[in-house]
Design a protein around this ligand. Structure first.
Ligand code: F6R
Length: 245
């Protein structure tokens, strides 16, 4: 695993954007696996800046997002489709019809998941998968559980995830209780993984995920078995890990 320990969130974002930009430059028709949340916001800002400076061309890029809340439409400002449109897609020359997010409005969970698996299979393999890390070790919405779920599935969000995500909603009751997410198998089949983490609050889980036992109780720990992982974090998030490696 390659580790980049950067001074702060801005430096982390610049580093992560540089890695994504290199992927797009080396393979203009690459498939990017993308994430939402606070961690990638700065990375997307930097990618937009590079696009506006004429350094990047997204016209042939395909993207598949990790997850989507069940029950939210793409024009709901809390949906992950809305997040992606507003934080990246609307600001670069990506072909929107080549950007994929699970269908939050699909009520037949089995069908939504089968359709999304088929999209990933058809468009993939993912060249570079961007991930954030949940406080409980989740990646995508693969929550701590007794076993790894391999393919796209519908999950009940844990209390800790609802608590962490309520900051984006008016009231805690508004946070959807279920989501569609790529499975661990979908994520592990990406050729390269880029995981970004910031803030002291994640220092313990970062150390646990990358130096502790590989277990479905800490879903990100599976990344220890992937052959091409780059971890980019700020000093606060990587402090504990750097003492151990
Ligand atoms: C988002 C996702 C989640 C987040 C994780 C960290 O698409 O899949 O796993 O990456 O919850 O979220 P932030 O970055 O907001 O701390």
């Amino acid at each position: 695993m390659k580790i980049y320990c950067e001074k702060d969130y801005e430096a982390m974002s610049r580093r992560a954007a540089g890695i994504l930009a290199a992927q797009i430059i080396l393979k203009p028709d690459c498939v990017l696996g993308l994430a939402t949340g606070s961690s990638p916001e700065g990375t997307y800002k930097e990618l937009i800046r590079r696009y506006q400076a004429g350094e990047l061309d997204f016209s042939k890029v395909t993207s598949v997002n990790l997850d989507e809340y069940k029950g939210l439409s793409g024009d709901n400002d809390q949906s992950y489709r809305y997040f992606m449109d507003n934080h990246l897609f609307n600001h670069v020359n990506i072909d929107k019809s080549r950007t994929f997010v699970p269908d939050g409005l699909g009520t037949d969970s089995k069908k939504v998941c089968a359709d999304y698996n088929e999209i990933i299979r058809r468009e993939g393999p993912v060249d570079l998968q961007l991930l954030g890390l949940g406080y409980n070790g989740h990646i995508g919405f693969n929550e701590p559980a007794a076993a790894f779920e391999k393919e796209t599935h519908c999950v009940d969000l844990t209390e800790s995830t609802i608590e962490a995500n309520k900051r984006f909603f008016e009231k805690e009751e508004d946070v959807p209780r279920q989501a569609y997410t790529m499975g661990i198998g979908n994520i592990m089949r990406a050729k390269k993984i880029l995981i970004i983490v910031s803030g002291a609050g994640k220092a313990d889980i970062v150390a646990k995920a990358f130096t502790g036992p590989v277990t479905s109780e800490v879903p990100a720990s599976i990344l220890q078995f992937h052959s091409d992982v780059t971890l980019v974090g700020d000093e606060a998030a990587l402090g504990k890990l750097m003492e151990l490696v």
